[in-house]
Write a protein that binds this ligand. Structure first.
Ligand code: SAM
Length: 331
């Protein structure tokens, strides 16, 4: 369906849990995979929301979190969403831990695309970022995803100043697209609500990637085939490189997304705090709320008190004060 700025809004990102098996320094989730969160949507509630989204004309759903693979019922949820005929693309974003044993089941359950977060190819640096020794598990997850035959496997790496934004780290990560038929997207850090986390200390602009990989050849700018990423070819590689720059190059004009948080709130814009509760509604009522919220989707985010967009370095202090609850929203 069209919003008031003539954008075609067809993509729902659904956070199925706020729990995560990692404790990334830039994300709000803390390692907490042992118990169910009291306000987490149930499988039935998730399915009702997916059906509502389909009624409202949405064709793509991405399950995210927190870590979606923490949920014991995740394959069942995927299988049921896959049965909704209007949903043409079912995607999942994961930290890759637990993906190796689950990849084939997820593919069989109708998941067509998988995004895997991996912020470093160096085991010690990845441990520093995530709080856990996990490189081997994540690489096993990437290999399993490739072998399971998903239509696309993308790797996401958040750039962090002084941690993984140096030439060697970026080239090491680029090694994945030389080895596997996957796309690797570098993502600029966004502000998060996390005690002790300083956005301004860690933010690194995506131009670091272009400096580290001078051979990159632009295929398509953001807003074209690949949505929010500028896409590049790396000569000799089987996969491609993408650069997502929410901070230094706003992509609101091509935004086609709505989000549902892990506690059932509809969120028209990642970087604005406006939310509408859709918990407990049947699919028809969910569709009505989605239509209303799409109509209210802002043209873009801006930097006023209570919002968190950044246009220049002087805005970073504001960002530190009012960042996102990333795991509840799902990125
Ligand atoms: N657990 C899954 C994962 O690790 O991919 C899904 C949830 S995670 C919140 C979804 C995406 O958001 C990941 O690619 C992650 O790197 C990204 N993300 C989390 N915090 C971020 C931040 N502060 N800035 C930019 N991206 C962030």
């Amino acid at each position: 369906m069209k919003d008031s700025f003539e954008r075609n809004i067809s993509y729902l990102r659904l956070s199925v849990t706020s729990r995560c098996s990692l404790n990334c320094i830039y994300c709000t989730a803390g390692a907490s995979d042992c118990c169910r969160c009291p306000d987490e949507l149930s499988a039935d509630e998730i399915l009702e929301i997916a059906r509502g989204a389909a009624l409202a004309g949405f064709t793509k759903i991405r399950l995210t979190g927190g870590e979606p693979l923490i949920r014991g019922d995740i394959t069942k949820i995927c299988r049921e969403i896959h049965k909704i005929s209007q949903i043409k693309e079912l995607c999942l974003t994961t930290n890759g831990i637990g993906l190796a044993p689950a990849a084939h089941d997820l593919r069989d359950s109708g998941v067509s695309r998988v995004n895997i977060s991996i912020d470093s190819a160096d085991p010690a640096v990845l441990r520093r970022i995530t709080g856990r020794s996990c490189l081997n598990d994540v690489v096993a997850g990437i290999e399993a995803a490739v072998s399971a035959g998903f239509e696309s496997v993308k790797l996401n790496a958040v750039l962090l100043k002084g941690v993984n934004d140096d030439v060697q780290s970026i080239r090491q990560l680029a090694g994945f697209v030389q080895k596997y038929p996957v796309d690797l997207r570098f993502i600029e850090l966004m502000p998060v609500k996390k005690k002790g986390f300083s956005f301004s200390s860690y933010f690194s602009g995506s131009d670091a990637v272009l400096r580290a990989l001078p051979d990159l050849e632009m295929i398509s700018p953001q807003g074209f085939n690949e949505g929010v990423a500028d896409m590049y070819r790396l000569p000799g590689a089987c996969g491609r490189i993408g650069i997502i720059s929410p901070v230094t190059a706003c992509f609101c004009r091509s935004c086609c997304r709505m989000r549902v948080t892990s506690d059932g709130k509809l969120r028209p814009c990642l970087l604005r705090n406006e939310e509408f509760s859709i918990r407990g509604l049947n699919a028809g009522a969910v569709a009505d709320e989605i239509r209303r919220a799409v109509f209210k989707k802002p043209s873009g985010h801006d930097l006023s008190p209570g919002t968190v967009c950044l246009r220049n370095a002087s805005d970073h202090e504001t960002a530190d004060a009012c960042g996102l609850e990333m795991q509840r929203i799902g990125g």
